[in-house]
Design a binder for this molecule. Structure first.
Ligand code: ADP
Length: 177
């Protein structure tokens, strides 16, 4: 059917990604400006499975992706085993950490738990292609950018919901197994 073809071509990554137009912004972690307390607050206040790591809020340049459970494990373990790690300790996802002022508590380096090359697509990518990529690469999530700036996220569940919606309109479409 002509109409179906047209419809499926028109759905783009930007139509499926979160946040939606009027939703609160994407929850991100900055690579070198947050404390242990800041990140613990993010973990408590949200339920997301992971967080994009960016250079800064202003730039929204993506540097990686960190899983919620890895953050929880690493912070808990550092608080217990690593000398001097307290709420005001700075967390770094950068390769190098700047020298700390003598009065500052030791910082916590978490670059090793970050995925340095999370899969990324642009907001204009047709959903047909996104579905294909998720299937073929077995992705759990994919980040969405526009002109190099991080814009949103699409999880496997978002893709499955999108497919289910398409299936309601188009009984012939093939579902994920
Ligand atoms: P799932 O989609 O499997 O429930 P999540 O709990 O991570 O996985 O995500 C729930 C919803 O929130 C999804 O629609 C997803 O697109 C969105 N989401 C995931 N991570 C973030 C984030 N860091 N900031 C804002 N929204 C997010």
């Amino acid at each position: 059917l002509e109409a179906k073809e047209e419809f499926s071509h028109k759905t783009l990554a930007m139509d499926v990604m979160r946040p939606r137009r009027n939703d609160p912004t994407l929850t991100v972690i900055t690579q070198d400006s947050l404390t242990v307390a800041d990140i613990e607050a993010t973990i408590t206040e949200t339920t997301y499975s992971g967080f994009p790591v960016v250079v800064s809020r202003e730039s929204q340049r993506l540097v990686g992706f960190v899983l919620r459970r890895d953050l929880i494990i690493s912070i808990e373990s550092a608080r217990k085993k690593q000398d001097g790690i307290v709420s005001s300790s700075r967390i770094y996802f950068t390769e190098h950490t700047p020298p700390q002022p003598p009065t500052a508590p030791p910082s916590l380096k978490l670059r090793s738990i970050m995925d340095l090359s999370p899969f990324t697509i642009t907001d204009q990518t047709p959903m047909e292609i996104v579905v294909d990529i998720f299937r073929k690469l077995g992705l759990r999530q994919c980040l969405v950018t526009h002109n190099g700036r991080l814009l949103g996220i699409i999880t496997k569940k978002d893709v499955l919901k999108h497919i289910a919606q398409m299936a309601n309109q188009d009984p012939d479409s093939i579902l994920f197994n």
